[in-house]
Each structure stands twice: as C-alpha cells, then as structure tokens.
Design a protein around this ligand. Sequence first.
Ligand SMILES: *Cc1c(COP(=O)(O)O)cnc(C)c1O
Length: 395
Amino acid sequence: MRVYADHAATTKMRASALKAYTDAANEFYGNPSSLHSEGQRAKEVLEDCRARIAALLGANANEIVFTSGGSEADNQALLSAAKWGALKGKKRIVSTAIEHHAVLHTLKKLEKEGYEVVLLPVGADGIVKVADAENAIDDNTCLVSVMLANNEIGTIQPVEEISKICLAKKVPFHTDAVQAVGHMPVNVQALGCDYLALSAHKFGGPRGVGALYARRGAPLYPLIEGGAQEKGKRAGTENLPAIVAMTVALEEAIAELPEVTKRVSAMRDRLIEGLEKVPHCALNGDRVHRLAGNVSFCFEGVEGESLLLYLDDMGVSASSGSACTSGSLDPSHVLLAIGRVHDVAHGSLRLTLDGTNTMEEVEYLLSAVPAVVEKVRSFSPVWRDLQEGKRSFIL
Ligand SMILES: *Cc1c(COP(=O)(O)O)cnc(C)c1O
C-alpha cells in the first residue's frame, strides 16, 4: 500500500482541474491583452475566473490579483504595506514566530532595510495571543501579518479578533491563508483582512498559480514591472490555463467542504488517538483549533529524517514539518516556538490528509508509524541513553 500523507506540502491535481487546464490551454490560447477574437475570448475567461474566485472569498473581482502562488502573494502584500509605511514614516511590522518562510524571509529582508520587525510568540498550543498582538501595535506600525492556519502544526489563529484591533487602529492587516483556503471556510469580510494570500496547489489546483486579495484602498504596488496586466499590479502574460484550473479546483473544494471536513477530521482524530499510544510522544499544536487534516507529533529519541526514509520504504509519504526546512539540519522554527527543545523537535512527523485519503489508509498508518518509530529508536544512541537513564525523558 502507498499512502500519500503530505497534502500540506502539495496535492495531486483534481481530475476536474486537470481537464479544465488542458481544455483552457487548447481553447483559450489567445493573449488576454490582444484585441482579436482569440484574445478577447481569453480576456473574458480570465475575468470570469476573477469574479468566481472573488465570489468564493466574499471579495469584489477588482480586489483579486492573480500571482505565481502563495509566496508571491505574501511578498506583494508585505512589501506593499511596508512601502506605504515608509511613505508615512511608519516602519514597524508585527507578525508571528510561526509564519511560513515566504513571510519570515520577506520580513528579514525588510529588517535589513531598517524596518522594526516584532514576531509575536505563541503558547505551547501553537496559537498567538490576541492581547500580545494588541500590545505590540503602536503608532509606528504599518502592517500586522498573522497566518490563518499553520502549515506545520495546523493550528488556526485568532485572525478575526486581531483584524478587528487593526481596523480600530487603522493598521493594514495581512493573513497568509494558503493552508486554509479550500480546507476551511474563508471569507475576507468575516476575517476583516486587508490582504489575503492563497495558492492553488494546496487545494488540488496546479502549482505556480495563486492569488492575492487586496481590499479596495489597501496599498498595493507591483513586484514585477512590465506590461499593464492585472491593472498594473502584476506584469506578465497571464497563466490562463492555470488560473482556470485553480478556479475549478477551488469551486469543487468549497462545494465538498462540509462533507470532506467531517470525513477528514474523523480520520485525523483516529490517527491522533492511535499515535498518542506510542510511548514518549506528544501532539504538536492545539487539539481543537487545528486544520481538519493535520496530524503533527514529536517522538522522543527519534531522528526525524530516518523516520521519513523508513516510512517511505513502508509506502508512507510524510514530512517532518515544512518542505522548505526538510533537508536542513535546523529544527523547525515552529516547533521551537511551541517550546520543543532541539532534540525533541528533531523527532517530528507531520501527516497531512485530505479528502482523497481513506480510513483504510489511516489504519495502515496506525500500524506503520509505531513500527517505524520503534525501529528507528532501536538504533538511536539518544534512545539508548534515555533507556539507561543517562538522560531524562522530556515527553
Ligand atoms: C505553501 C505555503 C506557502 C507558499 O505557497 P507557494 O504557492 O508554494 O509559493 C505560503 N504559506 C503557507 C502557509 C504555505 O503552506
């Protein structure tokens, strides 16, 4: 059996999206900027997609900018608000310690350019405290950025409460909703955000395409200069087949959301309950305020990389955290932020499910994962020290 349990890293394209992609590439090959019939037809399809994506998010069509994905959308939101801030003499940015690297690395760059970046801590539950956000915002703050759902531990952040504070203090608010869109209800009016980033390949669309929602009046500057596409906010000939496929994928994801959420969260809960029986392990992130498909654990006395390799041999595709940190030896910044010490953070395992997974696969995971943990522990010097009492258990 092969079980793909890494849907937070990327998803297989939905059949409907793949068909929409090839059909659009075939039929709407005109350049939307061209004046001839093929161009105008492509332009109509493009604007139809924009209206449909906007409707799904509770936005207006002219508030949607198509991008190359979540990273670009995050970059554009952050850099636009920062630029506006500099013009106003406000150079403080408030965000969180558990953001995706698309946000964190952009903030690092802004810090080098003289911005003051404040990263809010999270509790052991992996959730930022609203009061901390409120206290961190001052008159010099030009942007607050808090992700809606975390990509490693799946925790859902109190974005609505924080955006209310931002609105009252007239500070632009961005949310990286890449893990949330298509996986939980997302409405920009309810969230009260000024910017929101989404990415198609996290909900069964193609990779390399996403969108930035920017509320009317929110500062917005292009990252890419060139033609006047996207009303001058994003130059480059539009990736129409990908945009069409993203639209179809999101419509389908949202239509099936109630049924899928029920089924996937039942699989998640079964998996969590089963894995908790492994000795010396702990669930990462709050049990309730988490994405329907996210299961994240730390196993003490385990080296995460070996765990992943042996699991792959057993037919299980999993992750240690984010696809971006795996391959590096630094433990995940998210696990450190929830208080896991380095050794424990190294023994992390993330299993992310979606509607394509089955309960049968979950049962298989429940036999494979504990067996592999035991195997990896059997040749771990750290585990031996723990057994012999030369080190004490943390979990
Ligand atoms: C995947 C992801 C991104 C990056 O999106 P890409 O489309 O891969 O650039 C940003 N933020 C979060 C939370 C993600 O999970």
